[in-house]
Design a protein around this ligand. Structure first.
Ligand code: P53
Length: 479
């Protein structure tokens, strides 16, 4: 085979909270994304205790996809997308998370959205939880550190999987479940787990709680995989991981070992998703640190019975670690090692290290580790765009995507990796998750809106739009 399979899933990806807006429309509840202010390039977003009058929340309107999706779908159709990955915003369906009955208007919105996509030949691919946990579940239960959230998530998933069982085939449970692995980034633990920490918790105690939340999510995910297969045996239900290959900075054996340890910390999540067992390196870590993680025999069985059908993942960049005596960022757990920037690759304006070969490397590592179908559900280049005469010449974005697709092709055609699809991130400009900016743009479709929330919301095709159209049309031959 020297071409991609004919049914390769070329598409684009977004998430509900980053596009929809309509944050309190038609009975929707407040989600954790609704209490995140705008930060900036290098400026952290603030998480407020509820929605405050004097703050600006960029996700409240986002790009108003809630009202404009029909026009956007026409553009996606013109672009040639075969699939669109988005999420269901949990708080449209269960506004508080622990409600007894779902919100019919929220369910109807996704019926309409999915029907519109399908009528235009675009298959929706759905993430169940993409940083949209009901805020109430944080306040009243402390987020996923509580086992009660397992049942709330399962009920929500059961509701939507039943309702849309003839409209959706590909599902993912928790977006980038492993990006809370470091435990250092408040935004990541917030968006993945919405954990309410006590004020004076030590770093070690926090880490223990994050592991507990992670285990609870993995159990919830496994239950949903099993249940989903009962609802419709045709369902393909995957996990969603952020993979950032971490290289040894030098060829010192210790650097190689440090890189392996840092990678394992992230692999832990997919190891459980795929194998249904907690790997020994984590069992050991917990006992060495004296952590008590609550998981019953019954729950261990659940993990084993709910293993995923495929691995969805994001790929943006790589990293490097060293044990040499160099200046670098600290690594929890490996005080003798640090993060360094890799002199052999360039970085984006946000410091993300651009590494197309890393994608081929990662695809091979995953294929060998798991032997499951792989699905690249995010990849893209966040950049500042300039509009000249109503045109956007984003050659840098084309260069980034082309280089990554070229490596992805090698992984499939030369290395034999089983890859089922590719959905570049932020196919249309959206609110950045990490910074809350509009001007960190990923799209092939420009949206006229700036960081302060001003603009007409008008959509304009960028040069990358026409380029990607050709890629899809030729099934990846012309890149
Ligand atoms: P933004 C870090 C590393 C890799 C992926 O991110 C990440 C992050 C988070 O900062 O997140 C994913 O918008 C996430 C999306 C997000 C996208 O990458 O910060 O799944 O929601 O928008 C890009 O540039």
């Amino acid at each position: 085979m020297n071409r991609f399979p004919e049914d390769f899933l070329w598409g684009g990806a977004v998430a509900a909270h980053q596009v929809e807006g309509g944050w309190n429309a038609d009975g929707k509840g407040v989600s954790i994304a609704d209490v995140m202010t705008a930060g900036g390039n290098g400026i952290a977003r603030e998480i407020t205790d509820g929605v405050l009058d004097d703050k600006y929340y960029p996700n409240h309107e986002a790009i108003d996809f809630y009202h404009l999706y029909k026009e956007d779908i026409q553009l996606f159709k013109e672009l040639g997308l075969k699939v669109l990955r988005t999420s269901i915003n949990w708080t449209r369906i269960f506004p508080n998370g622990d409600d007894k009955e779902p919100n019919e208007k929220g369910l109807q919105f996704y019926d309409d959205l999915f029907d519109e996509l399908l009528a235009n030949g675009i298959e929706p691919v759905i993430t169940l939880s993409h940083f949209e946990i009901p805020f109430h579940l944080y306040k009243a239960y402390g987020g996923f550190k509580s086992k009660e959230l397992i049942d709330f998530f399962v009920r929500y998933a059961q509701t939507v999987m039943t309702r849309y069982k003839n409209k959706i085939k590909y599902w993912m449970t928790f977006n980038e479940i492993n990006n809370q692995a470091d435990g250092q980034h408040d935004l990541h633990t917030w968006t993945n787990s919405a954990i309410l920490f006590d004020r004076h918790e030590s770093q070690a105690k926090k880490e223990e709680i994050i592991y507990q939340a992670a285990i609870n999510e993995l159990i919830a995910s496994a239950k949903v995989v099993e249940l989903g297969h009962e609802i419709n045996p045709e369902f393909q239900i995957g996990c969603m991981m952020a993979y950032v290959p971490v290289y040894p900075f030098s060829s010192m054996p210790e650097d190689q070992m440090a890189a392996l340890k840092v990678m394992n910390r992230r692999f832990f999540y997919s190891d459980v998703h795929v194998r249904g067992e907690i790997p020994n390196y984590i069992v050991k870590e917990w006992s060495q640190k004296g952590y008590h993680i609550d998981i019953s025999q019954e729950e261990k069985k659940v993990l084993k019975e709910g293993t995923v059908d495929y691995i969805g993942f994001s790929y943006y960049m790589s990293g490097a670690v060293t044990t040499l005596d160099e200046e670098g960022g600290p690594i929890e757990d490996f005080p003798h090692a640090k993060w360094l920037s890799n002199p052999h690759v360039k970085a984006s304006d946000w410091g993300w290290q651009i590494d197309p070969v890393g994608l081929r490397y990662m695809l091979n590592i995953l294929d060998q580790r798991y032997q499951l179908p792989l699905f690249i559900v995010e990849n893209g280049f966040g950049a500042y765009d300039a509009v000249e005469n109503n045109q956007i010449h984003d050659q840098y974005r084309i260069d980034y995507l082309r280089a990554h697709i070229a490596e992805m092709k090698k992984a499939v055609l030369e290395d034999g990796v089983n890859l089922i699809g590719y959905t570049p991130w932020g196919i249309i400009d959206i609110v950045s998750f990490g910074s809350g900016e509009m001007e960190k743009r990923y799209g092939m479709i420009y949206v006229d809106k700036n960081n302060d929330g001003q603009g007409t919301l008008k959509r304009v095709k960028k040069d990358s739009f026409h380029w990607y159209q050709g890629v899809i049309r030729s099934n990846g031959d012309n890149i």
